[in-house]
Design a protein around this ligand. Structure first.
Ligand SMILES: C[S@@+](CC[C@H](N)C(=O)[O-])C[C@H]1O[C@@H](n2cnc3c(N)ncnc32)[C@H](O)[C@@H]1O
Length: 292
C-alpha cells in the first residue's frame, strides 16, 4: 500500500502483526490433504505475490485450482507449478481465475438504502468531528463498490469524505482506476445518478472527474498488509467468505481496530458477524456494525 496518500498519512498506518504465513502448513497440511504438487503451486503463488492460499477455504480453493489446471491442459499440479515458475503471464492468468472479482454498483440495493437512512447521520457526526470521513472499500474489485459509496455520500452528506478502494488483484485495480464501465455494468445505477456521475462515450460509461478525484485505489492484501487507521466507514463485502476462520478472524480484528470510535463496518449479505462483541463492535442493523 502506498502510505503517502493525503488521508492515509504514514503515521496512521498500524502494523497488523506478523504475517501469519506458515510455510510448514503449506508444505505439510496442504500437501497431506491435496498432495505435494498442489502445495508446490501454493508455495510459488505465496513467493511471487505474497498471497497465502492456506488462509482461504481449502476445499473451495483446491476445487478452483484443479478446474484451472484441467482447463489449461496441465496433467498435474507439478506441471502447472513448473509453468508458473517459467512464465509470469501464466501466474497472472491463474490469479485472474482464483480471485473472484464479481461485483456491481449498489449491490444488494436494500442495504444501500439502509446506509443512507441510518448510517449517513452517523457519518455526518464523524465529519463534524474530524472535518471529513475516511471511507475504505476493502476488496473493491473493479471499483463498483468504492464509486457506489462515493455517489451515495456525495448525494446525502456532501463532499466531506474520501474513499480508498483496495484489492489484491492488480487488473481489478487498473479497471477501477480507469473508471470505465460497459452498459451492462452500469445497469444497477438509477438513471438520474448515472447522468450525474458518468459521461457516455459510445458504449462505455466513464466516471466524471469530479467524483473520480474523491476515490483512490491501491493494492492491499487483507491477510498480510498493515491496516490504515482513522477509518469512519469500512466496507468489506463478499471477500471474507473465501477465507478460513483464522483468516476471517485476522481481518475482523484488524478492520475493527482501523475504525474510529463510532465508525461503521458494512458487511456482506452472507457475512454476519456472530461474535461482534469480541471485536469491539455492536450490530446496529443487519449488515452494519459500529465500533464501541
Ligand atoms: C467477490 S469480490 C467482492 C467485490 C465487492 N466488495 C463487492 O461486494 O461487490 C472479492 C474481491 O476480494 C478480493 N480479494 C480476495 N482476497 C483478498 C485479500 N486477501 N485482500 C484483499 N482483497 C482480496 C478479490 O480480488 C476480489 O476482487
Amino acid at each position: 500500500m502506498n502510505l503517502e496518500t493525503p488521508y492515509l498519512p504514514h503515521q496512521q498506518v498500524r502494523r497488523s502483526g506478523p504475517v501469519q504465513v506458515n510455510p510448514g502448513a503449506l508444505c505439510g497440511d496442504d500437501a497431506r490433504v491435496y498432495g505435494p504438487g498442489y502445495s508446490c503451486v501454493c508455495k510459488i503463488i505465496l513467493e511471487r505475490t505474497g498471497i497465502d492460499l492456506s488462509r482461504y477455504k481449502g476445499q473451495q480453493m483446491h476445487r478452483r485450482l484443479n478446474a484451472y489446471r484441467q482447463r489449461q491442459g496441465f496433467p498435474s499440479f507439478y506441471a502447472l507449478a513448473s509453468s508458473l515458475e517459467r512464465d509470469r503471464e501464466s501466474l497472472g492468468s491463474l490469479l485472474d481465475y482464483i480471485t473472484i472479482n464479481v461485483s456491481g454498483f449498489f449491490r444488494d440495493t436494500e442495504q444501500w438504502e439502509g446506509l443512507v437512512r441510518r448510517i449517513v447521520p452517523i457519518l455526518r457526526k464523524l465529519a463534524d468531528r474530524n472535518r471529513e470521513v475516511f471511507v475504505w472499500s476493502a476488496g473493491s474489485s473493479g471499483g463498483q463498490e468504492a464509486y457506489s459509496v462515493a455517489m451515495a455520500l456525495d448525494r446525502h452528506m456532501g463532499r466531506r469524505f474520501r474513499v480508498l478502494g483496495t484489492d489484491i488483484h492488480r487488473p481489478s485495480l487498473d479497471k477501477a482506476s480507469s473508471g470505465r464501465y460497459s452498459e451492462d455494468e452500469v445497469q444497477g445505477i438509477p438513471p438520474e445518478i448515472l447522468n450525474a456521475y458518468f459521461s457516455r462515450d459510445g458504449a462505455a460509461y466513464t466516471v466524471k472527474p469530479s467524483l473520480r478525484r474523491l476515490v483512490t485505489f491501491e493494492r492491499h492484501n487483507l491477510l498480510s498488509d498493515p491496516y490504515p487507521s482513522g477509518v469512519g466507514l469500512v466496507l468489506c463485502r463478499n471477500v471474507m467468505i473465501y477465507f478460513t476462520a483464522a483468516g476471517k478472524d485476522h481481518v475482523l480484528r484488524n478492520l475493527s481496530k482501523s475504525l474510529v470510535p463510532e465508525g461503521v463496518f458494512f458487511a456482506g449479505s452472507t457475512e454476519a458477524i456472530v461474535d461482534a462483541n469480541k471485536y469491539g463492535l455492536t450490530q446496529i442493523m443487519p449488515f452494519f456494525y459500529q465500533a464501541m
